[in-house]
Write a protein that binds this ligand. Structure first.
Ligand SMILES: Cc1cc2nc3c(=O)[nH]c(=O)nc-3n(C[C@H](O)[C@H](O)[C@H](O)COP(=O)(O)OP(=O)(O)OC[C@H]3O[C@@H](n4cnc5c(N)ncnc54)[C@H](O)[C@@H]3O)c2cc1C
Length: 316
């Protein structure tokens, strides 16, 4: 019995959530007094395995199978590994890819699946914590099963660091091509280039308080002066003023920068769900009762059209 965690890669790079699955998986393996096995499937698996060899991993299964993520291949490979390893837990990222294959894996293994978990508690019975209704409600799920599948929410566990001494295996897993019904034919970046706001250390985020598209320039100037990345609330994206990859929140990206500057953003739960993990939150808003001030470390109750140019001048 082991914990089997899944790593993720895209276009030749390991995705950060992979190191978080190592941390979460190690925690579960310790609680269950078992080993942590990590699987990476497809792409440059030998290189990936070196990169993933972090402290806490006992064995890495580097399975050469295609180049990029493929639902049918992943499902077959994980099913095969799980049949050999008989894992107590199959731990997958709650990412776009993870959510694609996790239900199929759980179905093939006839195991229950708990999605979007933000914590575990291994008391007398194992429980998983999930957040619901845009993080307004926290639920504790008692896992009434000896073996289960789970997806974990990105940015909830710290990334595993430190070199490990895992055993690296490169098993031959036979893929039944007749069961592979889809092929990745290429990638198309969404508008806004390859900016990934979830990687930014400092985010300057703009909301509906900006009023007009042409006023966004004001916020861009501040972001430039701070060496920060520009992000936004959803209405700005819905209006077509910024591309989708800049949206923070429940239906956008989850971000964890060192500093998050929220300008003219009210702090709706769906927005907060994406940025509450920021180290330091600064809010500028004319409304002293705006919910964003409930979680801001520093608040400026004032007109952004007065404050922002002043800040830009100070930091330029
Ligand atoms: C299923 C679902 C998913 C959603 N997903 C997301 C998501 O991922 N991300 C997201 O952001 N939202 C999301 N939303 C929308 C969310 O509910 C809010 O509507 C949205 O976050 C509000 O954006 P805002 O704060 O920019 O605008 P508003 O709520 O309109 O707030 C604007 C703020 O600007 C302030 N303001 C106005 N003028 C000034 C000024 N001159 N100076 C300073 N402050 C000023 C106002 O006091 C106000 O607080 C989702 C909603 C649903 C139903």
């Amino acid at each position: 019995m082991t914990v089997l965690a899944l790593a993720e890669h895209r276009r030749g790079n390991i995705r950060p959530v992979s190191y978080e699955t190592v941390t979460a998986g190690r925690g579960l393996a310790d609680a269950l007094d078992t080993e942590l096995h990590l699987a990476v499937i497809g792409g440059e698996v030998s290189e990936f395995a070196e990169d993933l060899n972090r402290d806490g991993v006992d064995t890495i299964h580097a399975v050469a199978a295609g180049e990029e993520f493929n639902h049918d291949i992943y499902t077959q490979v994980i099913e095969s590994l799980a049949t050999d390893l008989d894992p107590r837990v199959v731990l997958m990222p709650n990412s776009v890819n993870g959510l694609d294959y996790a239900p199929a894996v759980a179905s093939r293994l006839s195991l229950p699946l708990i999605t979007d978990v933000v914590g575990f508690d291994a008391g007398d019975t194992m429980t998983a914590i999930r957040e619901m209704y845009g993080s307004k409600v926290e639920t504790t799920i008692e896992i009434d099963a000896d073996r289960f599948c789970v997806t974990i929410r990105p940015n909830e566990w710290p990334a595993a660091e430190g070199a490990g001494d895992a055993e690296i295996e490169e098993p031959d897993v036979e893929v039944d091509e007749s069961r592979v019904g889809s092929t990745v034919t290429g990638f198309e970046e969404v508008g806004g280039g390859d900016v990934d706001i979830s990687d930014a250390d400092v985010l300057v985020s703009v909301g509906r308080g900006i009023e007009e598209e042409e006023n966004i320039e004001l916020i861009e100037e501040l972001a430039d002066a701070l060496g920060a990345t520009l992000s936004s609330s959803r209405p700005i994206v819905d209006a077509g003023w910024l591309p989708k990859n800049r949206q923070v929140g429940q239906s956008g990206k989850v971000v964890t920068p060192d500093i998050y500057l929220a300008i003219g953003i009210s702090g709706a739960v769906q927005h907060v769900a994406g940025m509450k993990g920021a180290d330091t939150i600064v809010a500028i808003n004319t409304d002293p009762n705006a919910p964003i001030f409930d979680l801001a470390d520093y608040g400026i109750v004032d007109d952004l059209f007065e404050v922002v140019p002043e800040l830009t001048a100070q930091f330029s």
